[in-house]
Ligand binder design. Structure first.
Ligand SMILES: Nc1ncnc2c1ncn2[C@@H]1O[C@H](COP(=O)(O)OP(=O)(O)OP(=O)(O)O)[C@@H](O)[C@H]1O
Length: 226
């Protein structure tokens, strides 16, 4: 079974260590939830794994293949950035044809949420509509491992639920690392939760640890979980 193995990730900005010798792995069929306070380095970690940010050190491997840059990871790892990444002035239909391999297009072209948008241009979509298109393009790429940076950002509850169900439906064929401030849904969706703080990753075994770690107040925890 394929496994994404990420090791020895170290990154500093302006002499401040953001990531200190990070290790994280993900198996096919597994969803890892990555949470942490604002500025803890979650996006930086995902960008480094994908290859758009340069670290001081990293070791990324899928199966026996070492991934040193974006081209090594082509068809193996894909990444949904926090911010919109699709070009403007191009119809959604053309974007689907451009981004996806032929065999993966039909399922997206025939998706009930996508169909009404096919002839619209990217810049004419609402934020939530754009996020659905972006997520579907990433999930239906040939990549075996998917990194999702704030997939629920700016989407209404109904769209968020749709995305959650969609990821669950697609779970068996891919591995996911997901980060989002919608921690409740990340926690519900993920098989394992890791918490990033002060450059280190810690596996969360019990949600109550999130209070001890200062991620949420006891009041919020009691309101949400008790
Ligand atoms: N290009 C950059 N130059 C300098 N500092 C940066 C740069 N990119 C990120 N940082 C800093 O690195 C830290 C981690 O940023 P990052 O975006 O990875 O955090 P995050 O956990 O994803 O935050 P959020 O949850 O707010 O999106 C922050 O303190 C940020 O200011």
């Amino acid at each position: 079974m394929s496994k994404l193995h990420i090791d020895s990730v170290t990154k500093s900005y302006n002499n401040k260590v953001i990531l200190s010798d990070i290790f994280i792995s993900c198996k096919k069929g597994e969803i890892k939830g990555l949470i942490g306070r604002n500025g803890s380095g979650k996006s930086t970690l995902l960008k480094i794994v994908f290859g758009t940010e340069k670290p001081e050190s990293k070791f990324v491997r899928i199966g026996n293949k070492v991934i040193k840059n974006i081209s090594d990871g082509r068809n193996l790892i894909n990444y949904l950035p926090q911010d919109n990444f699709l070009p403007n002035n191009i119809s959604i239909k053309s974007l689907i044809n451009l981004f996806l391999e032929k065999e993966n297009r039909k399922i997206v072209l025939e998706n009930e949420n996508v169909k009404p948008l096919l002839n619209k241009k990217n810049q004419d979509l609402s934020g939530g509509e754009r996020r659905i298109i972006e997520i579907l393009l990433i999930i239906h790429s040939n990549a075996e491992f998917i990194l999702l940076d704030e997939p629920f950002n700016g989407v209404s509850p109904i769209v968020r639920d749709y995305i959650i169900e969609y990821i669950k439906k697609m779970k068996s064929s891919k591995g996911y690392i997901i980060t989002d401030h919608d921690y409740e849904n990340v926690i519900n969706l993920a098989d394992k939760i890791v918490y990033l703080q002060n450059g280190y990753l810690k596996e969360i075994k019990d949600k109550s640890e999130l209070v001890e770690l200062g991620y949420m107040t006891k009041t919020t925890y009691n309101t949400v979980y008790n």
